[in-house]
Design a protein around this ligand. Sequence first.
Ligand SMILES: Cc1cc2nc3c(=O)[nH]c(=O)nc-3n(C[C@H](O)[C@H](O)[C@H](O)COP(=O)(O)O)c2cc1C
Length: 502
Amino acid sequence: MTISRLYLSNDTSSLAAGAGRLAECLREGKDVQLIHTSSRGAFYLEPMIERDGPTGRVAWCNVTPDELPKIIAGTGGTPIESIPYLAKQTRYTFSNFGITDPLALDEYQARGGFKGLEAALAIAPGAIIQELTVSRLRGRGGAAFPVWSKWQAAQQAESDEKYVVVNADEGDAGTYCDRMVMEGDPFRLIEGMLICAHAIGATKGYIYCRQEYPAAAWAIRKAIQKADEAELLELNGRTFSIEIVMGAGSYVCGEETALLESLEGRRGVVRAKPPYPAVAGLYGRPTIVSNVLTFATVPNILAKGGAWHAALGTERSRGTIALQIGGRVKQPGLVEIPFGMTLRQVLEAFGGGMAAGSRFKAVQVGGPLGSLFPESKLDIPICYDAFAEAGAILGHGGIVVYDQETDMVALARHFMAFTADESCGKCTPCRIGSVRGREILDLVQSGCAKADDLVLLADLGETMKTASLCALGGRAAYPVLTAIEHFPDEFRNKLSAFSRQS
Ligand SMILES: Cc1cc2nc3c(=O)[nH]c(=O)nc-3n(C[C@H](O)[C@H](O)[C@H](O)COP(=O)(O)O)c2cc1C
C-alpha cells in the first residue's frame, strides 16, 4: 500500500476555515501520513492541502471532505509556485510558513534556523549592534524606532539584571502576523530573543501574549521546552529563561510601558517617558520591549548580514513588511513584501480587488488609530515616511477595506468609543477627550448636532493629539478627522436640519 504524505495547516486561521474537519477525515484513513504545518496566509484558499510533487509542493485549495480521495490519489492540484498570491511575495520572516512542522526543531535548523544565533554568539555584543545599525531595521510594533539604538542603550546601561520582553499583545483589529509567527514558526521568535539577550546581557525573557491567543501560547511553550532540552537556551554558560505571561485583553497593554506595569502585576496604566524601558523598564531594569515580528526579523539579519537587510525596501524603510489584508477584498490574507509598493498595487495584486458586490469606499491602515483614506489616497507608497507625511501610520501593517455599505459617521463613532473604552485613564486629554468625542459623534449620529460641533470635534482632536501621554490619545482623533475630511457630506447630511439651513 502506498502511503500519501499530505501537509495540512492546523493553525487558528486554517481551523476556522475548516481544516479540522479535513484532518479528522484524513486520520480515519490508513493510507495517509498527515503532517501539520502552519498556514501560508492565503486565507481565501484555505483549507489547503499540499503534497510533494516532482518539482515541489502541489496544492489543492478550498478543499471539501468529498475531494479527499482525489487528493490521496494525487489527481489534479496546482504547483504552489504558480499561485500568484504566493509567487509575488518576498518571504524571509515567513519563509517557513506552510513548509515545516512548526514544532520540529530539526526542520527549523535544516532550513537555516539558529544560524543567526550561532553568528551572534561568535561575535562581541557591540558587533551585533553594529550589524543591526547596518541593517537599518526599525521596530515593527508601530512606532518604527531604530532597533540598534534601543539595544545599544540597554547594553550600555549598568544593571544587575536586564530583560527581554516580547510584545505579543497584537491588539490592532485586522492584524494577526504575530500570532502566525508564534503558532507557525516559534523557534524564530525564540532565536531572536536569544540574540537580543546575548547582545544586551539579559538572562530573563518574557512573552506578553494576548489572552485570545491560546494556541499561540501553547505552541511557543512547547517550542521553549524543546529549545531548552536541546540546550539552545544556554548563552555562553548562562541559561536564558523565557516565561509566557497572558494579558487580560486590554488594548492599552500593548503600549510598552502599560505592558510593563501589567507584567509587574499592576493595572495596565501608561508610564511617562523618559526614562525609556531600554534604560529603566521592567522592575526599573534595562529592558528591550519589542514586537514579535521585530525579534523574528533579527535571526536573518545576523545570519545573512545587515547589508542584506538594508538592500531591501526604500530609503528610510528597509527590509520587508508584513501586511495583513482584510475587510471587503476578494483575497484576504498575510503578505510579506519589501517596503515600497503603493496601497493600490497591494490591494490589486494581493487583495485581488473588491469582494463580489462591493465597491471601494475607504481603507484604514494601522489599526483603530489609523487614518481613514478614500480612493484618491491609494497611491501612497507603503513605507513609514510616506505614511507619516500623509498624516497616517503603518502601525503593525493591518489593512482593512470598507465598501459602499459603510456608514462613515458610525465608523468614526466606533473608533472614538473604542478609545473611550480602552483609555488607561492616566492623562486627561485621552480619558476625558475620548468620552467628549464620543458624545459629539453620538449627537451627529442622532441628527442633533450643529455645524459648530464638528469644529469643536476638530479642536478636541488637536488637543488630544498634542497633549496625550501616549499614542492612544494622541492618535484617537485621526480616524474621526480623516473621515470628516474625506467624507464631509456624510457628516453634513446628519447635522440637525436647523443647522444645515443656517
Ligand atoms: C495604545 C497602543 C497600543 C499598542 N499595541 C501594541 C501591540 O499590540 N503590539 C506591539 O508590538 N506594539 C504595540 N504598541 C507599540 C509599543 O508601545 C512599542 O512601541 C512597541 O512594542 C515597540 O516594539 P518595536 O520596537 O518592535 O516596534 C502600542 C502602542 C500604543 C500607544
